[in-house]
Design a protein around this ligand. Structure first.
Ligand code: SF4
Length: 459
């Protein structure tokens, strides 16, 4: 009996990693992944419970799949299974409100989910045998539907949980204490991904700078040294670094190793000391400025990404303008903004001075507007330059690629139009995702750049 499985992943790259692991476990157990939810026997949703928008998105998706399941009742064989952060936080409510849900798990419960599905598979097999049906679809997309595993990039989770106590964040209560993935496991997974053709390994965790600290084992810098020694043409990108834990040793490795993209993502959340203290964040405005200057001095080509929260309780106009000045002074290459979301059970939800939504909106718009100009200016600095680009997607009219300056899914991209393609014969074959080509930038926009391929990259 072949059982087809469809996994929907919502939320952050950490969830993408979990779904990727799960998908590989399912493949090893003989389940068939499918891209279309309508074709699947088992519908799995990996949910996000981080902020209100993300929760709504997860609930909408569960409801959409519940509809698909209902329509198919009669045959009645689809199972709807929900797991991840939202399921952990609001499990009882979800099951009560959406009776179509057949199973529900929190985080780090892959083992149980697989076991449950194996049981379903056996039962479905027995039912199918009884009905003399059980025909399988020949069009199942076995290779392309595996989340988290594409030929151009893959997320690699190096730790789970978080020991920091940011007062706005539900993650520690959902994901638990910080636990590093053993270095042998990270290296084994990295090797497997590189062997399967992945060109960029994106290291993620709630806080990758704490890697190895709870066991006094390997550090992130030591892990990176081992990773770059693995054979193959690949890059490493680092996301989610905690500002006060970025060491000189780590910066040295990033600066020295060609396989590490010169790109650092440091969510700072705010710049003003009083707000940082209320947020439970370590470090001060002065320390952050010193850190960012130090990074730019040591690695001049570095792309700096950060995220901020606007409308944190008690944030005054003065605090907000302090943040705007900070952004203007640093001129981050990439910047994301979140509007403060009052999360049940977090200390900051109880703070006095909650900021009205319309004020949050205005502050959000102001920063995004200013950042669009800074980002455009930064992108213009690339015009006329030739850089290696990893190809993510090739379709009829356009090729989507990325330089070291673009993290997939969160930053812009390099758009290569058909008329920018090189003469036939100058590349070794038709382009495909995962190829690395040399691209010259011909134009810049707020978030993307336009380029033309000028040839293959020589190693
Ligand atoms: S570092 Fe802070 S914001 Fe990030 S996961 Fe940990 S508690 Fe949450």
């Amino acid at each position: 009996m072949t059982v087809k499985i469809h996994i929907t992943t919502l939320g952050c790259p950490k969830n993408t990693v979990d779904s990727g692991h799960l998908a590989r476990r399912f493949a090893a157990e003989g389940f068939i992944p499918v891209e279309e939810s309508g074709e699947a026997d088992i519908l799995l949703v990996n949910t996000c419970g981080f902020v209100r928008d993300a929760k709504e998105e997860s609930v909408d998706e569960i409801l959409r799949l519940a509809e698909i399941k209902k329509k198919q009742e009669g045959g009645g064989t689809k199972s709807l299974l929900v797991f991840g952060c939202l399921a952990k936080r609001y499990g009882a409510e979800l099951v009560q409100e959406i009776p179509e849900i057949d199973g529900l798990w929190g985080v780090s419960e892959e083992e149980r989910i697989v076991e449950y599905c194996k049981g379903l598979k056996t039962r479905k097999g027995a039912e199918a045998g009884a009905k003399k049906g059980g025909k399988t679809a020949a069009y199942a997309m076995v290779s392309a539907a595996e989340p988290g595993l594409m030929t151009s990039y893959a997320y690699l989770k190096v730790a789970e949980g978080c020991d920091k106590k940011c007062t706005f964040c539900v993650i520690p209560s959902i994901r638990g204490r910080f636990r590093s993935v053993p270095r042998e496991e990270v290296l084994r997974e990295a090797e497997d991904l590189i062997r399967s053709g992945v060109r960029e390994l994106i290291l993620v965790a709630q806080d990758i700078t704490s890697y190895g600290k709870e066991t006094a084992g390997s550090t992130l810098a030591a892990l990176l040294r081992e990773m770059v020694a693995l054979p193959g043409d690949f890059f490493i990108r680092l996301l989610y670094l905690y500002p006060t834990e970025i060491t000189d040793e780590l910066l040295e490795v990033i600066a020295a190793e060609d396989k590490i993209q010169k790109y650092i993502d440091i969510p700072l959340q705010h710049s003003e000391d009083r707000i940082l203290r209320l947020m439970g964040r370590r470090g001060t405005r002065k320390e952050y400025l010193r850190l960012l200057r130090n990074i730019r001095r040591r690695i001049p080509s570095i792309i700096l990404r950060t995220t901020f929260i606007v409308g944190f309780p008690s944030e005054t106009e003065e605090d907000f303008h302090g943040l705007v000045d900070f952004i203007e002074e640093v001129r981050f290459d990439r910047l994301g903004v979140f509007k403060f979301s009052r999360e049940e059970g977090t200390p900051s939800a109880m703070l006095k001075g909650q900021v009205p939504e319309r004020v949050k909106e205005r502050r959000y718009d102001e920063i995004m507007g200013r950042q669009a100009l800074i980002s455009l200016e930064r992108n213009r600095e690339f015009v006329g330059k030739r850089l290696p680009a990893i190809i993510d997607e090739v379709d009829a009219d356009v090729v989507i690629a990325r330089f070291y300056s673009h993290a997939p899914e969160i930053d812009g991209a390099v758009i290569v139009e058909k008329d920018g393609m090189p003469e036939a014969g100058s590349l070794s074959g038709p382009l495909q995702a995962g190829d690395i080509v040399m691209v010259e930038v011909v134009d810049a926009y707020d978030y993307d750049v336009k380029g033309k391929i000028v040839g293959p990259v020589a190693y």
